[in-house]
Design a protein around this ligand. Structure first.
Ligand code: AMP
Length: 281
């Protein structure tokens, strides 16, 4: 596995591969890898000839009071995991490489960035869209793989790629969970033993919503109320939002006549956790 830190080297590697007719697949990450990330890498492997994983903790998507400095990092462990997965290139640029002196361009995906996480994290998706647009231009993959766990992020990226005419296929990979249902996340390290148990209220409440829908419940409010009540039973959980929305526009829906996404954000101690599921009519 080659480790590349400089943009010009990444571009020239990519150019060489493209000239040789290889199909390149990119998996962007912020590192501190877990089985969810590795599952994206396996998926990537099946979709092309060469797999590039980027590790870049993007300061532009963290607000000043958020956890950029504290965000967990372990480059050596990540390197070993990716080597085992037979990743071809680990792209690991510095902050100065991505945002050099004088940098001033940002990409804003207008409407999709506003609801859900955008309410408490204004500016977050602008940071995400900007860095992803840059990574796609630097690595020039044919395919890029993202997790559906970050559902709003995936929709923002799909929109960005369509609107700016990137000739890149965007893949949304299913959420990888622990055996007990907790969605894997680098931020799960912020949970202590008690918090780890409390965090199960996210997947449990999503399961409850799915089963209500299976029993024929079509009223959005009934489903959202039930989910909120379930989370409300957990004293350590601080609910940020529970929203039933259209899978593409992310606008709230009040009836389930087509597929809808139930998305939620809950804080447990310092860990802000998000999760979602598709609710079928
Ligand atoms: P992150 O390092 O948190 O920025 O995540 C990098 C990529 O991995 C994003 O596309 C995430 O959506 C995806 N990802 C994170 N956690 C999971 C998970 N539990 N299952 C599937 N994909 C995930």
């Amino acid at each position: 596995m080659q480790i590349i830190e400089r943009i010009h080297e990444m571009r020239s590697w990519s150019e060489t591969q493209r000239c040789q007719g290889r199909r390149l697949v990119l998996v962007p990450t912020m590192g501190f890898l877990h089985e969810g990330h590795l599952s994206l890498v396996c998926d990537a492997r099946k979709r092309g000839d060469q797999v590039v994983v980027s590790i870049f903790v993007n300061p532009a998507q963290f607000a000043p009071q958020e956890d950029f400095a504290a965000y967990p990092r372990d480059f050596e462990r990540d390197r070993q995991l990716l080597q085992k997965e037979r990743v071809d290139v680990l792209f690991h640029p510095s902050v100065d490489e991505i945002y050099p002196e004088g940098y001033q361009t940002q990409i804003k995906v207008e409407r999709l960035s506003v609801p859900l996480c955008g309410v408490v994290r204004p500016g977050h998706f602008r940071g995400v869209a900007t860095v992803v647009a840059k990574l796609l231009n630097i690595v020039r993959p044919h395919v890029a793989v993202f997790g559906r766990k970050d559902y709003q992020q995936l929709q923002v990226i799909r929109r960005l790629v369509a609107d700016l005419n990137y000739d890149i296929e965007i893949v949304g990979h299913p959420t990888v969970r622990e055996a007990d249902g907790l969605a894997l996340s680098s931020r799960n390290v912020y949970l202590n033993a008690e918090g780890r148990k409390a965090a199960l209220c996210l997947s449990r409440s999503l399961g409850l919503a799915e089963s209500l829908a299976r029993q024929g419940e079509k009223r959005g409010k009934a489903i959202v109320d039930a989910v909120q009540a379930e989370i409300g039973k957990e004293p350590l959980a601080k609910m940020e939002y529970v929203i039933l929305c259209d899978p593409e526009t992310l606008q709230e829906v009040d009836r389930i006549d087509q597929d809808a996404v139930l998305a939620l954000a809950v804080s447990i101690g310092k860990a802000r956790l998000i999760d979602n599921t598709v609710i079928k009519p």
